[in-house]
Design a protein around this ligand. Structure first.
Ligand SMILES: [Zn+2]
Length: 490
């Protein structure tokens, strides 16, 4: 008996004791009876000759994975699992069934990825995974850079001056039906055409207020005039809600001026914090527009959930939550798990602990030039730790130390507590070799093991090994497997 067979048999025996129903047990994967272990994975390595069996064998043997989060549609070479070349385009890696797409300027046929011609990722992967008792989820994370697809530009957000925002923090507009109808069609196509188990959707953006302030990691050089969205769809929706669009733009222009002055090192007469609140006080439309954006994001989640449930009630729909919620308190406030519960079968809070150190520093570099410009970085870090409930390394050691497993525990527990009394499951995203700069915190097998243990200590019902299989070193992936074995979940 090889190791994998041994693990399977051992798990089956344990499951039988738990359920007492051999029939129910036989229909399910052994590990699925105990916990949920997902992994984010691109099509590339599975499309290689012999790759499918080799990779699935490894995932089951090393880390007891029982669910694949497959990048079924992406315009990023990394997320497709191929080398980035000038000719790379990306798109839908399954067959496009045009009958499911309605009321969008995008031609569904134009969205088929040109890579792997003749290879339908879902047609190949879903049955192979199912045979092994593994689930398959369609993992759709938004692209921020404008893909090279005809008419795609008509989906994109526009800034304060009517210019398209074709890079992060811009993206397709949630108030633009050409986007939302395309997204609903994509999900319907993949859920109806294949025996998948659900979807995960992710949006790594925020509304115009956070974007204008550059309140996210890597935001310190973002153009505060290129904040979004101010397109005609947003304008029309705002008008219906009685929001004065001219006042919205005036408010955001005041904010733009404030952010530019801060970046130039000019302290407002009354200080950075007071000047910020004065803008909000003078222009409540600034916050109203931020709210319009966030509501549209959440309405899109709800629409995706409803669409998926209408196809098969057993399908699960859930959301990857951008890690900005780990340092930006405004974004954390907006991503309200309790409010999301009615349309969330599960949530994946993104808790990548190694890169969290450098990302927190990058976030502070940005807001440390505007709203928190009167604090030293060390004072700001202390403020962040207090308001976000962390106990992490001091500033001079933070990049090298990263965040600890305690962060994974605290954030998992917060999510679980927010969702108390709801049926929404919590599957934290675990950092396995998310890239960091030289000299900064790196993953180790022990670190991954401790992060997984911390997630379960916090009450998680499963984990999603992240962020991309192709980045993961086998020994670090093994750290997850060791934790699951220690917990008796594998
Ligand atoms: Zn818009």
């Amino acid at each position: 008996m090889d190791r994998r067979e041994f693990v399977k048999t051992a798990a089956l025996t344990g499951a039988a004791a738990l359920t007492g129903s051999p029939a129910a047990m036989a229909a399910q994967t052994p590990a699925a009876n105990k916990t949920f272990v997902g992994i984010q994975i691109p099509v590339g390595p599975l499309a290689e000759p012999g790759g499918l069996d080799r990779v699935l064998d490894e995932l089951q043997r090393v880390a007891h994975v029982n669910a694949l989060f497959l990048h079924t549609s992406t315009y990023s070479a990394d997320r497709a699992g191929v080398r980035a070349t000038a000719t790379f385009r990306g798109g839908n890696y399954a067959t496009v069934h045009p009958q499911y797409y309605h009321d969008t300027v995008l031609k569904p046929e134009d969205t088929r990825a040109p890579e792997f011609p003749g290879f339908d990722a879902l047609a190949v992967v879903v049955p192979a995974a199912r045979k092994r008792g593994m689930k398959t989820f369609c993992w759709i994370i938004e692209d921020n850079s404008l893909p090279k697809v005809p008419n795609m530009d008509k989906l994109w957000e526009t800034d304060l001056y009517g210019r398209p925002v074709t890079r992060h923090p811009g993206g397709p507009c949630f108030n633009n039906p050409n986007y939302t109808n395309y997204l609903l069609g994509l999900v319907e196509d993949q859920c109806r055409s294949y025996e998948v188990d659900g979807i995960m959707f992710g949006s790594e953006r925020q509304g115009p207020l956070g974007s204008s302030l550059g309140a996210y990691h890597n935001g310190s050089r973002a153009d505060p005039g290129a904040t979004c969205c101010f397109c005609s769809f947003c304008e029309a929706k705002g008008r219906k809600q009685g929001i004065d669009f001219a006042r919205v733009k005036q408010g955001y222009q005041a904010l733009e001026k404030y952010v530019r002055a801060g970046r130039a090192g000019q302290r407002p007469v009354d200080g950075f914090y007071v000047a910020f609140w004065r803008i909000l006080s003078e222009y409540p439309e600034v916050q109203a527009w931020e709210r319009l954006w966030t509501s549209a994001q959440q309405e899109t989640y709800a629409a995706l959930h409803a669409r998926v449930k209408a196809i098969r009630t057993g399908l699960q729909a859930g959301w990857h939550i951008w890690q900005n919620a780990s340092w930006n308190p405004m974004y954390r406030a907006e991503q309200d798990f309790a409010a999301m519960a009615p349309f969330s079968d599960y949530v994946k809070p993104t808790l990548y602990n190694n890169c969290a150190g450098e990302r927190m520093i990058s976030y502070m570099e940005s807001v440390g030039q505007n709203i928190h410009g009167d604090l030293t970085r060390a004072e700001l870090l202390d403020f962040e730790y207090k308001v976000l409930n962390y106990n992490e390394a001091p500033l001079d050691k933070l990049a090298a130390a990263g965040f600890s497993a305690d962060y994974v525990y605290r954030e998992t527990k917060r999510t679980i507590d927010d969702l108390a009394g709801k049926s929404t499951l919590v599957w934290p995203g675990i950092d396995i070799d998310v890239p960091t700069a030289g000299g900064h915190s790196k993953c180790t097998p022990e670190g991954v093991r401790d992060a997984v243990l911390a997630a379960y200590k916090g009450g998680a019902q499963g984990v999603i090994l992240s962020r991309n299989y192709t980045e993961m070193k086998p020994q670090n992936l093994r750290g997850a497997g060791i934790a699951l074995e220690q917990l008796g979940l594998a």
